[in-house]
Design a protein around this ligand. Structure first.
Ligand code: SF4
Length: 458
């Protein structure tokens, strides 16, 4: 499919080919699903909402609910105020959520619809039942990416819901970033092992990885409750996991409720997980239990056993900025060489931080923000790699270049299923990543080795 890609690079300033990102409302919709009893609402046309829901459903393999303002030609000209007003009445009457999280789209942003004013009018007309809430985030897709949308909606949770009562609670906030439900579950498990109370928001575990019971629940038991997000204003501190997806909400909470922020990277790999554990330990003044020390030790054992197969391997990595930064750091811990590192999102911090991580081991690495998969493919054509890591879209590059070993990581993963149940964060997640990388190398070797060189034992 990509066999026509050439190695020769021509400078482009106004064209992205196969961008390594998607649009803001997808991130906002995903974040909204991490509030218990929440109906995400897309203020725009039906097509936007259908695309966002289907992308999330294809990644999580679970039904994703959302409503839409269903813009027509009339609303495109005169604005979507009447549509949203009617939608709020319908949503609370028919679907009975505890909270509605409205995000905008390109169209409603271009029109300039004033969401707070529309919601205020609907509330005054009695269309928002007592005790129910409506929050909103502006998510214009002509700037940013799905990560910006996630960050904006998480920040909206703080702005609308978090309160400071003056009585500090024995709890730590964790803002997890745009990670899978399995990752959120693992972050909570690690905190539980340490005996630390955390308020994780948004939290899509038990929302998008629900067990099969034979009974459909529109609002599953998971998600951070409105009360929990409100209480985040009384927490000891906030751990923001990722500069791009999590930091803006943590800063908003610091400004609004004076809860101090610790900015960490996603806990992917040994050192980043150590930092997550250490931050929880320090803020909560607890000891690290033997169970966590053992988990860490098992990971180190696997890394030292498998190091011979990983050392010096050239890797191309693409995806969301917080994920790629953390993964690059882990690949360096594995003595691998991330030679091409890109994200589709914009932000100078990406290039600065990845450059810092690679300056000793891979000083000539190509690092680029706001990049696309076409250019990454061209780099690979100029000088190949041993491994490609990224979302499902990478499989066309892997295939076009003679089936490069390819590890699926990040969002979206549309052709595999394990990401929503097996984490990539924490020591357990790092074990899984090492396992996937090793399998990708050995599978290729077994597939392509001449008959007389096929090894039973590695
Ligand atoms: S880019 Fe804009 S128009 Fe396209 S799906 Fe996203 S919000 Fe809708």
């Amino acid at each position: 499919m990509l066999n026509g890609t050439t190695a020769e690079i021509k400078e482009r300033s106004a064209l992205r080919i196969n961008p390594a990102k998607t649009c803001q409302p997808i991130g906002a919709m995903y974040a909204s699903l991490g509030i218990h009893g929440c109906m995400p609402h897309s203020h725009g046309s039906q097509g936007c909402c259908a695309y966002h829901r289907s992308t999330l459903t294809r990644h999580f393999k679970d039904p994703v609910i959302a409503t839409t303002s269903s813009f027509t030609e009339g609303s495109s000209v005169f604005g979507g105020s009447a549509n949203l007003n009617q939608a709020l009445e319908n949503i609370f009457t028919i679907y009975k959520p505890e909270i509605v999280a409205v995000h905008t789209t390109c169209l409603s942003e271009v029109i300039g619809d004033d969401i707070p004013t529309i919601v205020k009018k609907a509330a005054e007309e009695g269309k928002v039942p007592a005790g129910c809430r409506v929050i909103h985030a502006n998510t214009p897709s002509f700037v940013g990416s799905h990560i910006t949308g996630f960050a904006n909606m998480t920040k909206a949770m703080v702005n609308y819901l978090s309160e400071k009562t003056g009585e500090t609670k024995d709890q730590i906030n964790v803002i997890p970033g745009f990670v899978d439900p399995s990752d959120m579950r693992e972050m909570k498990r690690l905190a539980g092992e340490l005996n630390v109370n955390i308020v994780l928001f948004p939290d899509t575990s038990d929302v998008l990885d629900t067990p099969q019971t034979g009974i459909y629940e529109m609002y599953p038991k998971g998600g951070a409750t409105v009360e929990q997000i409100a209480s985040a204003g009384d927490s000891i501190a906030t751990l923001a996991l990722g500069t791009f997806a999590s930091h803006p909400a943590a800063i908003a909470l610091e400004d609004k409720c004076s809860v101090p922020t610790a900015l960490l990277e996603l806990p992917i790999g040994v050192t980043a997980t150590d930092e997550y554990i250490d931050a929880l330990r320090n803020y909560a003044a607890v000891e690290v239990p033997a169970s966590i020390v053992q988990e860490r030790g098992r990971l180190l054992d696997v890394i030292s056993d498998m190091g011979q197969y990983l050392f010096g391997k050239r890797v191309a990595v693409f995806g969301d900025p917080d994920h790629v930064i953390a993964l690059t750091r882990f690949l360096v811990e594995l003595d691998m060489k991330p030679v091409y590192v890109i994200t589709g999102s914009s932000g100078n911090h990406f290039e600065t931080r990845v450059g810092e991580i690679l300056k000793e081991q891979v000083p000539d690495a190509k690092i680029k923000q706001n990049a696309d998969l076409f250019e990454l493919h061209q780099w690979i054509k100029q000088q190949g790699v041993d491994l490609l890591i990224g979302n499902t879209h990478g499989k066309y590059i892997a295939r076009a270049e003679g089936n490069i070993p390819f590890v699926r990581f990040g969002f979206p993963i549309l052709d595999r299923m394990s990401h929503r149940v097996f984490p990539t964060v924490g020591y357990q997640g790092a074990l899984r990543l090492v396992d996937k990388i090793i399998d990708a190398f050995f599978d290729k070797k077994d597939r392509e080795a001449p008959e007389e060189q096929v090894e039973l034992i590695q």
